[in-house]
Design a protein around this ligand. Structure first.
Ligand code: FAD
Length: 628
């Protein structure tokens, strides 16, 4: 963590100085806001947390509930989400309180006595080391708390505005199409306090509907969720119980003769969640299955677990739901015949545009990646760094990802619901063979204004263009600390440019660094706003092939040792060397002639270029960043 460079800090350095709209932030919801986010679920909160890092932008996040979420909903946190939490600065703390999944056990009827279940297999959760981050289980409420903390400690001092329900919106973009206006008029209704029931009108430049599966924002832009109902119901319960089931602290898929259970141990050492199969639902059931009581769910769980028993002592939360796989065809308010003519003003994300079963543990995770994708783009457009066309990439990128998720989830849910003897692929094989998907690392964005063509992919094969930047160990030259290169990527809205040095005398690197510092078309000079630190938009780092002891800091180009802050202090944390024990050049297939890897603010690899391809580098950024 870097701090003190604006002067001595004696308090928690995680709390940033208030700046911009964070100074004297009004408690009351203002009449005009840049971004109005509806819903404080994972999608809305990560979007707010990202925008909270942009001090010039007024973002407010409204929520129908009168206070924070306390219980229930999702709990599965894939490694990609933990990686994202790392960027927001709270991975270590949430890991410490969460349950960590290392193994999954599979139980089936005993062939000799099918009334009894027996353990038939165990599978390592991440057998190939997809990520250095763990797979966690922790309640959604805690995730939201951490994002709230990030917002509160940010320069904008953002806090959710509880007690406002979204009612409707009108968008006058067609009449006043300019960012200076507030073309979206939103009607909210107070849900708590003395003004309960009264309307509150807010004008916004952009509205983000993160208001869940029954999204009103979605309806207001004429989007509908299309898809199919699986006609299969599940009871879910978070309980404390005494049991003789031996794998009670291990994640299990349990397939009995009378149904199946997905068993998930929870944080804290005692609590666990069971998704209990309630069987097929008749098409004319009309939701009657949702009246299934907790006692009935417990009876069913005991039947499936036979010969083991479950004596439930305390029910923290329970719910009944039917699996529905549904998706909207667009994630913003631009109709198909308006694409390329106007930019979006209203966006939807998370469950508002994709719903699926809970058992692949994806809902919260994919929803957060929607928000991480959109947050920085809104920040860039509103800050005047990018043209509005950047915003069209949100729907284009995320809609396809949601479609893939739904296809995956349909397969997983139907396997979970099937009888063991009917399965063509054993459940445990499907689980391990497809591990990259539920871990959150299969996302690969296609070429666009944000994603370069793979022309030079061969010089950095371990950083596939369009996929998230997979970290690797390096040594920080200044203090000989072994660190993970990717973990320095904070969710601060900046781009990362990693210059991997060429071998021997690094002549290509030297020329590249000089171009970056001096050429008019270098992104540093073309797109860094005047009056800000030279690394305020681009965090430029170098990684040498030699051991750190061979790198002379005195000879390192100033492009990698920028002077920043009011005192013009040198930032020493941009110069790295390969760790001889885990050579990043070997591990990530980096050419010994060097390479430049460009990483977006949301951690996706945007482009790979040779050190000599400065014209291409300049052209890449000119597509989506305005000249300062
Ligand atoms: C009851 C329930 C149980 C769930 N159980 C599981 C589970 O067991 N496992 C699992 O993996 N996933 C579960 N999910 C799904 C998972 O929680 C979601 O996939 C995830 O939360 C999606 O995040 P989101 O931000 O898109 O939406 P949500 O987390 O649903 O957040 C939407 C937010 O918007 C607010 N809101 C809604 N309408 C309005 C309005 N008109 N005005 C203002 N605010 C509004 C809501 O109060 C809520 O806070 C459950 C969801 C629900 C609702």
């Amino acid at each position: 963590m870097q701090f003190h460079h604006h002067g001595y800090v004696s308090t928690d350095p995680r709390t940033q100085d208030a700046a911009g709209v964070g100074i004297d932030r009004p408690d009351e919801l203002p009449d005009n806001v840049d971004v109005l986010i509806v819903g404080t679920g994972p999608a809305g909160m990560i979007t707010a947390a990202q925008l909270s890092q942009f001090p010039g932008i007024t973002t407010r996040i409204v929520e129908r509930r009168g206070e924070r979420l306390t219980i229930g909903q999702a709990d599965g946190i894939q490694a990609r989400s933990v990686e994202t939490f790392q960027a927001f600065g709270f991975a270590e703390r949430i890991i410490a309180e969460a349950y960590r999944i290392t193994e999954m056990a599979f139980w089936k009827p005993d062939a000799a006595n099918p009334a009894n279940i027996i353990r038939t297999a165990r599978a390592i959760d991440d057998p190939t080391g997809i990520s250095e981050f763990p797979h966690l289980i922790v309640n959604q409420a805690r995730v939201l708390d951490y994002f709230a903390e990030v917002m509160a400690n940010s320069p904008t001092r953002m806090v959710p505005d509880f007690g406002y329900e979204f009612a409707s919106l009108t968008n006058t973009t067609h009449e006043t199409n300019s960012v200076g206006d507030y073309p979206v008029t939103v009607t909210l209704v107070h849900t708590t306090g003395p003004k309960k029931g009264q309307e509150r009108i807010v004008h916004a430049k952009y509205v983000v509907g993160a208001d869940g599966a029954r999204s009103g924002v979605r309806d207001s832009i004429g989007c509908t969720l299309a898809g199919d109902q699986a006609f299969h119901a599940w009871g879910v319960m978070d309980v404390l119980a005494v049991t003789d089931f031996p794998d009670i602290r291990t994640k299990c898929a349990i397939q009995g003769t009378t149904g199946s259970i997905l068993h998930i141990p929870r944080e804290g050492g005692y609590l666990f969640r069971m998704y209990v199969d309630l069987g097929e639902v008749a098409p004319d059931d009309n939701g009657a299955v949702r009246t299934t009581t907790i006692d009935e769910i417990i009876v069913k769980a005991n039947e499936i677990l036979h010969p083991y028993t479950l004596d439930v002592k305390n029910v923290a939360w329970h719910s009944v739901y039917e699996v529905a796989h549904r998706l909207t065809d667009r994630f913003d308010d631009v109709l198909p015949d308006e694409i390329g003519i106007r930019s979006p003003r209203v966006f939807i994300m998370g469950d508002a545009c994709h719903t699926h079963s809970a058992k692949a543990g994806q809902g919260m995770n994919v929803s957060m990646q929607d928000g991480f994708n959109l947050g920085w783009k809104l920040g860039y457009v509103l800050d005047g760094r990018s043209p509005e066309s950047l915003l069209s990439t949100y729907s284009a990128e995320r809609q396809v990802i949601a479609k893939n998720l739904i296809d995956f989830d349909k397969e997983w849910s139907s396997l979970m619901a099937a009888k063991p003897e009917d399965l063509k692929v054993p459940l445990e094989d499907f689980y391990t063979q497809t591990a990259e998907f539920p871990a959150g690392f299969m996302t690969q964005y296609p070429p666009s204004m944000l994603i370069g063509e793979a022309t030079h992919q061969a010089i950095a094969t371990g950083f596939p263009i369009g996929k998230r930047f997979k970290s690797a160990p390096v040594v920080r030259v200044a203090d000989a600390n072994p660190v993970e290169l990717g973990h320095h990527h904070r969710a601060d809205g900046r781009w990362r440019l990693y210059a991997f040095a060429d071998a021997a005398n690094s002549s290509a690197l030297t020329a590249w660094a000089e171009w970056m510092r001096t050429a008019d078309d270098s992104p540093l000079l073309a797109h860094t706003p005047a009056g800000t630190d030279i690394d305020s938009v681009f965090d430029v780092k170098v990684i040498y092939q030699d051991a750190h002891t061979e790198v002379d800091l005195g000879q390192v180009d100033p492009a990698f040792l920028p002077k920043t802050g009011p005192f013009g202090l040198i930032d020493y944390e941009k110069v790295y060397a390969a760790d001889p024990a885990h050579d990043i050049f070997e591990q990530r297939g980096i050419s010994r002639s060097g390479a430049v890897v460009i990483v977006r603010p949301d951690q996706y690899v945007a482009h790979v270029l040779p050190l000599t391809a400065t014209t291409d580098l300049a052209a890449y950024f000119r597509q989506m960043l305005l000249v300062r």
